[in-house]
Design a protein around this ligand. Sequence first.
Ligand code: GLN
Length: 276
Amino acid sequence: MAPLPTVAALLEAAQATVARADARVLLRHALQRDAAWLIAHADDAVAAGDAEEFRALIARRAAGAPVAYITGVREFYGRSFAVTPAVLIPRPESELLVELALARLPAGKASRVLDLGAGSGCVGVTIAAERPQAQVVLVDVSNSALDVARANAAQWAPANATLLHSDWYAALGDTRFDVIVSNPPYVAASDVHLQQGDLRFEPRTALAAGADGLRDLRQIIAHAPGHLGPGGWLLLEHGHDQAAACAQLLAAAGLKDLMVSPDLAGIARVSGGRSA
Ligand code: GLN
C-alpha cells in the first residue's frame, strides 16, 4: 500500500492545477482545519478518505468552479456568509457600500434600511448586525437567493433583518426608508468578463443589466424618491465606468448632495444622493 500523503505533499501536488492560496483554502475545507493548523502540521499524514475528498475539490476548482461555491462560504466584513450558485459571491468592493451606509446610520438610533437585490444578504445582513436598532428589509426577486439570505440573516441578525420577495420596489408598499442600498446587476450584457473566471458560474441575472449595464440602476434610481424618507440616502454600487451616468440619473430623480466614493482599487464604485 502506498504511504499516506502528507499535508505538504497534497498542497504541492495541487499547485500543478490550481493557485496555491486556493489549494490551501480547499485543504482546510476538506480537513475542517484552520490556516494555522495547516502550517503547524505540514508533515502530518492525511487519511486516505480526506486526501481523496481534497483531490475531488481540486478537480472542481481546476475545472473553473469558484472556491466560494465549492466551500459554500465567503468572508464578508468579518463574518462568514453562506453562498450557493444562486447568489453572487460577496466581493470586497461591497464592503464600501456597507461602510457608507453605516456612516449614515448613527449607532443606537432606530432607522429603516432597504437592501434591493440582496443576493446572499451580505450587505443588508451586515448592516443589520452592525446596527441592532435598525430594521433592515432585504428584497430579492429570486426565491433561491432569498433562501440563502434567510440563512445568513438567521445566523447574524435574527432580530432585525426581514426577507421579502420583490421585483425591486414592487412588493414594498408605502414604507419609507432612511437608507436604501443596492448592489444591483450592472455589467453590460456583451461584456467579455461574463465569459471569464468566476463570473461564468455566477447567476447571470445578478450580473448583467441590458446593453449598457444600466437597466436596473435606472429603475432603482428613478423610483427611489417614492421610498425614501426626508433626507434619506440612496447608495448604489456600480461599474468602473458608470459614475457619471449614475450622477446624471440621481440628479434627474431630484436627489441632492450627490456623492461618489472610490473602492480600495481607487475606482469610483459607490454613488449616492439624498432625498430633499
Ligand atoms: N463587481 C462585479 C464584477 O465582478 C459585478 C457585480 C454586479 O453586477 N453587481 O463585475
